[in-house]
Design a binder for this molecule. Structure first.
Ligand code: ZN
Length: 543
């Protein structure tokens, strides 16, 4: 295998023993040398391919520890309903109607990313979507991924009538006259969608049943946007048989786009325990990580569980009774699993901490329990995180996308302390950054910019005193993310002997104003010692 040397870069290694460098060499899939240019060139020897980075930032490949890879691949080929492209119910109707015009009657139309809190006329209903089409079942996912609005054809397709009962952990929203509006919340989505697996009441079921060849080809098509953003490893935080089959088939064919760590959902605990399977297990391309649990719902959906009501008097909902959650999480830890618990509100956080305490008692000192999203821990809860070694898995893109709405619903004191990353770092924790893609942008530099800026889309502050530095944010998306995945011995820093995953960003990010960070993508991405992405038509001298 050839040797590649990246020279003339501002190398941020994330290796505390050697934090900055000019050049990196890779050979046989591993980092060969990192340091001063003449030393690295000498180590590489004659015949190496030399790539001059032209003063750009060079980093370990980004690691996204909470990224629904397969769902993202599905969303990339679906109707884009994100704000500001879709800013009203009328915009939504127009997009769906256009898609209906080119889709055979009877086929599902899926749209992702609707942010109806920003629509001037309020929530769209089934009646709006019926204007777009009555010939196709239509589902438009809310930006949270935990709810959707559907048309009448979709309800009819599943035989759902006005007399439908709300399932535990979900609801069909009704108008004042008691009629279905078409808005479907959390576990009620399962009654509506053709799902591939039964996950019981363990989380929202977005494991939609689609032909495997289609899913596999969409997964392969997702390689470009991930590598262009500089992502080389993801952790899919909710995996069922459906995802694992597709990932395994792509892994077998050598077409899995990035290193993929999977978190099986808790509904499989007994089956996996019965065959003695627990993470970490697998190889460097596809492996099991932690097991995923759900405590409460979402902030935008009003299903996050807070001690004090918020929004329209929401108090939130739970997926399991608190003692059931503790039992599940403890049993998973006893079976050998690292655990990750989806938790947003402070009241739910208390239940999650009870469960994690039980897990840590079984797993011992190096349990690395994760709290997914980790929306609103109180200061006392953050202190307890430190005692238990909790890893908060933050997604500051939500603060940008929906911060204004959070302030309106939660009030100032709570909204500005959402995802308190500064406080977590100061408490000695290693919080990580992630996207929750498909729910928000998969581009790490957008996430990093939002952690550093703490501003809303409308330009207002959202917890400015919880902002972190650029260097802290970069570490949270590389080395500390590797730690959360128990892979810090092989990825996350540019250290000799580690796997050669490298991103050359298309800027010197340390010289950029914070406002410009979110626009930065990869100029070159190396995965496993091979160059897998190069931006086109830009000379190094342009930097
Ligand atoms: Zn998620």
């Amino acid at each position: 295998m050839s040797t590649i040397v990246i020279t003339g870069g501002k190398v941020i290694t994330m290796d505390p023993a050697n934090p900055v460098a000019e050049a990196v060499a890779a050979r046989d899939g591993r980092v060969l040398a990192v340091g001063r240019e003449p030393d690295v060139l000498a180590a590489a020897g004659p015949g190496a391919e030399v790539v001059p980075a032209g003063g750009r930032s060079v980093l370990p490949g980004f690691i996204d520890p909470h990224n629904h890879l397969l769902s993202t691949a599905e969303s990339l080929v679906a109707v884009d309903a994100r704000y500001p492209g879709v800013a009203s119910a009328e915009d939504l109707v127009a997009r769906i109607a256009a898609e209906a015009a080119r889709t055979p009657a009877g086929q599902w139309i899926r749209a992702y990313g609707m942010d109806d809190a920003k629509f001037p006329g309020g929530r769209p209903t089934r009646r709006h979507l019926d204007e777009a089409t009555t010939e196709h079942p239509v589902i438009v996912y809310h930006v949270s991924g935990h709810q959707a609005v559907v048309n009448s054809a979709a309800l009819a397709w599943r035989g759902i009538g006005e007399d439908v009962a709300d399932p535990p952990g979900g609801a069909f929203v009704r108008d004042e006259a008691g009629r279905l509006t078409g808005m479907v919340l959390d576990s009620a989505l399962e009654l509506l969608l053709p799902v591939a697996v039964d996950i019981g009441c363990h989380g929202p079921n977005f494991h939609v049943d689609l032909p495997r060849e289609q899913l596999r080809s969409w997964l392969e098509m997702a390689a470009e946007p991930y590598l262009k953003a500089g992502v080389t490893t993801v952790c899919d935080p909710q995996v069922s048989r459906r995802e694992l089959e597709i990932y395994r088939s792509a892994w077998n064919a050598g077409t899995l786009p990035v290193r993929t760590v999977v978190m099986p959902l808790s509904h499989m605990l007994d089956e996996l325990a019965s065959i003695g399977l627990a993470g970490p297990f697998g190889d460097d391309r596809l492996r099991f990580g932690a097991m995923k649990f759900y405590c409460d719902g979402t902030l935008l959906g009003g299903t996050a569980m807070f001690g004090e009501p918020y929004g329209d008097n929401f108090t939130g909902t739970l997926y399991h009774r608190p003692e059931e959650l503790t039992d599940l999480v403890r049993r998973a830890a006893a079976a050998g699993w690292q655990v990750g618990v989806h938790t947003q509100g402070d009241r739910a956080m208390g239940y999650t901490l009870d469960a994690i305490r039980a897990a840590v008692a079984v797993s011992g000192d190096d349990a690395r329990p994760r709290i997914e999203h980790c929306g609103y821990p109180t200061p006392a809860q953050v202190r307890e995180f430190a005692a238990l070694g909790v890893i908060p898995v933050n997604q500051p893109n939500f603060l940008y996308d929906s911060g204004t709405d959070f302030v309106r619903r939660l009030g100032d004191s709570r909204a500005h302390r959402l995802q308190p990353m500064r406080e977590e770092l100061d408490a000695g924790l290693r919080p990580v950054l992630s996207s929750d893609s498909f729910v928000s942008s998969l581009r790490p530099m957008e996430t990093i910019s939002n952690a550093v800026r703490r501003r809303t889309r409308e330009g207002g502050p959202i917890g400015a005193d919880q902002a972190v530095t650029l260097e802290e944010a970069l570490r949270a998306h590389t080395l500390d993310a590797a730690y959360a995945l128990r892979m810090e011995d092989r990825i996350g820093s540019l250290s000799p002997g580690k796997l050669a995953d490298v991103v050359v960003l298309d800027a010197d990010v340390q010289a950029l104003p914070a406002d410009a960070l979110s626009g930065v993508d990869a100029w070159l991405t190396m995965l496993d010692g091979r160059i897998v992405y190069r931006s086109e038509g830009r000379a190094a001298s342009e930097v």
